[in-house]
Design a protein around this ligand. Structure first.
Ligand code: G1P
Ligand code: ZN
Length: 543
């Protein structure tokens, strides 16, 4: 086996964002682009000789080619073993599960999550550390620094990388183990949830519909819901993973999962609907004619965790990203456990989980998970909901309404303005930051500004500080407006506006969120001068 050292020159744009490096496929296909990044990862982590690396992706266009290159580079960089999902497939949560289970030194996950795929779509790569979670900023910063001065990479020439047959084979001194991408993950799910109770539910007339959006969760959902839990095969839709996700946008929200939404809001709607994203870490939960906001979902899982076998012993704490509503805080208070507020991005939850400070974590962006792995986990959330429903024997809507009646309702919505020219988005953020002094104490009708700042976070475990994590306008009654720029896009900028108010009055819980938040929406547009700066009249996506 011949190891080659290839001379290269740096690219200047390999800075990982909220969740790894994401770029257009064409960008990744530039000469040495992927190789440069992978070598920068290997140089940064300096894994011990003979270490195990987990490798897999969401199956999007360019996945197989990238897997082959990474295996060849791993062999040339002294790894002892690569665990790769058959066909190069691993959902993000399954990769996290496998890194932990087999004590790998880390893993490389190929995904651009919910971004569209295909030759003109997006590709992505991210490094996860030994705990199974995304590399923290100090590592991603070091990877970026390495990518800025890289001069060579190492790779072996190999005739073939056989990805479709389970088993072990050698490339030089390194073993490639092609593993079943689903088995370890399905086993972990079975250890956490009451599969007997869920099986009884889904085989006794309670109808579920799961939309894999032609992305990675299809095979996982079939194995778990159909083979192990007895749900009818027809309850799975778009369950064939496709390299371009069938031309769709595999993001489980009310806009992009419209096919499922139409079914759940239709005449003969099933009792429960759920969808997951490109790489399987997000989830959307629907009831019959009912949508559960991700922020509420986190709070409801926390309030009912004692009903689920894997969480019967109680929760150490809860963490939510800053823009996520404070619904979970109310549950934490009632349970007498801490609630942490972190910046956006799952990587900020890792330290808290490793230190045993939190059990459940969630983000408003359709991400929920727990310390069973170190990624958010779409199917886990679906199973958690089904387990709760099986115990309560109530509809999704009743469970949510009873939760609101007990804790009050944190009315919540996010407005996204996608693909804005970068300078326009920056001028909105600059204007807001420059207005803090003037906004402090300002009165808008009944609402008075109590605090405005740019969120910064000090990690309670390692003391690391992350600044500039989103502009917050907090009112004296607890309502909030948050503005931040997306860190996962590949084209232009996406401005996100997060809106939240608290409604204790049950007689007002039926109100539509947009209606209930109309005043806050008006204030947000006024103080950001968004229409003036961007010419946009309406958000692209409302969730
Ligand atoms: C988005 C979400 C964030 C999530 C990330 C990765 O990041 O808002 O909560 O962790 O995707 O799934 P953003 O584009 O806002 O930076
Ligand atoms: Zn994802």
């Amino acid at each position: 086996m011949q190891t080659r050292t290839v001379a290269t020159t740096p690219y200047d744009d390999q800075k990982p964002g909220t969740s790894g490096l994401r770029k257009r496929v064409q960008v990744f296909r530039q000469p040495h682009y992927l190789e440069n990044f992978v070598q920068s990862v290997f140089d940064t982590i300096s894994a011990p000789q003979g270490a195990t690396l987990v490798l897999g992706g969401d199956g999007r266009y360019y996945n197989r080619e990238a897997i082959r290159i990474i295996i060849e580079m791993a062999a040339a960089n002294g790894f002892g073993r690569v665990l790769v999902g058959r066909g190069g497939i691993l959902s993000t949560p399954a990769a996290s599960c496998i890194i932990r289970k087999y004590s790998a030194c880390g893993g490389i996950i190929l995904s651009a999550s919910h971004n569209p795929g295909g030759p003109d779509g997006d590709f992505g790569i991210k490094y996860n550390i030994a705990n199974g979670g995304p590399a923290p900023e100090k590592i991603t910063d070091a990877i970026f620094a390495a990518s800025r001065k890289i001069s060579q990479y190492r790779i072996v020439d190999t005739a073939e990388v056989a990805l479709d047959t389970l088993g072990n084979y050698k490339i030089g001194d390194m073993t490639v183990s092609v593993i079943d991408p689903v088995a370890d993950y399905a086993e972990l799910m079975e250890s956490l949830f009451d599969f007997d109770a869920i099986r009884a539910l889904v085989t006794s007339g309670f109808r579920i519909q799961f939309d894999a959006m032609h992305a990675v969760t299809g095979p996982y959902a079939r194995e778990i819901f159909v083979n192990r839990l007895g749900a009818p095969a027809g309850s799975m839709m778009n369950a064939e993973p496709l390299p371009d996700f069938g031309g769709g946008h595999p993001d489980p929200n009310l806009t992009y999962a419209h096919e499922l939404v139409a079914i759940l809001y239709g005449d003969s709607a099933p009792d429960f609907g759920a969808a997951s994203d490109g790489d399987g870490d997000r989830n959307m939960i629907l009831g019959k004619h009912f949508f559960v906001t991700p922020s509420d979902s986190l709070a409801i899982l926390a309030a009912n965790a004692h009903l689920v076998p894997g969480y019967r012993h109680g929760l150490a704490g809860i963490a939510r990203s800053m823009p996520t509503s404070a619904a979970a805080d109310r549950v934490a208070k009632a349970l007498g456990i801490p609630c942490y507020e972190t910046p956006t991005g799952w990587k900020f939850f890792g330290n808290l989980m490793d230190a045993g400070k939190v059990t459940l974590c969630g983000e408003e962006s359709f991400g929920t998970g727990s310390d069973h792995i170190r990624e958010k986990d779409g199917l886990w959330a679906v199973l958690f909901w089904l387990n709760i429903i099986a115990v309560h024997n109530q509809s999704v809507e009743t469970i949510v309404r009873e939760h609101w009646a007990r804790f009050g309702r944190n009315v919540y919505s996010r407005h996204d303005y996608e693909d804005i020219p970068g300078d326009q988005a920056n001028s909105v953020m600059q204007l807001l930051r420059a207005s803090f002094a003037q906004l402090q104490g300002a009165q808008f009708g009944d609402l008075r500004v109590k605090q405005c700042d740019d969120f910064s976070y000090t990690d309670p475990v390692d003391g690391s500080v992350s600044t500039g994590q989103g502009v917050r306008i907090i009112f004296t009654d607890g309502s909030r407006i948050v503005f931040r720029l997306s860190g996962t896009g590949t084209e232009g900028a996406t401005l996100r506006i997060y809106l939240e108010s608290f409604e204790p009055d049950v007689s007002r819980h039926h109100l539509d969120a947009q209606e209930a938040l109309a005043t806050l929406i008006g204030i947000a547009l006024q103080i950001s001068e968004l229409r003036k700066h961007t010419g946009r009249e309406q958000p692209t996506v409302i969730t």
